[in-house]
Ligand binder design. Structure first.
Ligand code: SF4
Length: 184
């Protein structure tokens, strides 16, 4: 996997981060970690390019750290998916989180980047679907600052289509970070 292949995704992530930071600053919100840490949420990711990007970051880690993470990922999968169709929502840390820090922060997927702030998603012909922010931000007491995720989702879909075409990838993907790591 070349850096060139992943460049459009890195640029999109950069845009997301800038937008997120600007809106968070508007709320005077700083994410300093919290008890209900979002890295304990059961997030599924749906793009092959995001999987390629996080594995690209993972493969640049030193072998000891990789081994530790892979052990944690295997344990995560065992607990969360004990049977083929069973999913247990256990609020356990993502295997790449160590002491509250994401070891692959630069490579983290879209949902990790967009999480936390109140937002909306707009489908043509429908009212916007609104999402709440995390509890730590106390956003219910604040005036909503528009955060439309729609353009990010649309750009992600285009980047994913091009990536799939280039690599002849087909079919759906729905994986946690732990599953991405153990299935690479
Ligand atoms: S990839 Fe990083 S930011 Fe996302 S859930 Fe895992 S540890 Fe947290």
């Amino acid at each position: 996997m070349t850096d060139k292949t992943l460049k459009p995704l890195a640029a999109l992530y950069d845009d997301m981060d800038k937008t997120w930071n600007k809106i968070a600053a508007g709320y005077h919100f700083n994410c300093n970690g919290c008890e209900d840490n979002c890295c304990k949420s059961l997030f599924f990711h749906h793009t092959y390019i995001e999987k390629a990007y996080i594995l690209h970051g993972f493969n640049a880690l030193d072998p000891n750290r990789k081994e530790k993470i892979l052990n944690k990922a295997a344990n995560y999968c065992k607990k969360t998916f004990p049977q083929s169709l069973e999913i247990r929502i256990l609020k356990i840390y993502c295997p790449v989180n160590e002491n509250g820090q994401c070891l692959l922060y630069k490579y983290r997927p879209m949902i990790c980047r967009l999480h936390g702030l109140p937002h909306e998603l707009c489908k043509p012909g429908f009212d916007p679907i609104k999402g709440t922010g995390c509890d730590a931000g106390l956003f219910d007491d604040k005036t909503y600052i528009k955060f439309d995720r729609t353009p990010f989702y649309q750009q992600m879909a285009q980047i994913e289509i091009a990536f799939r075409q280039n690599l002849n990838k087909t079919g759906k993907i729905k994986e946690t970070i732990a599953q991405m790591l153990v299935s690479q």
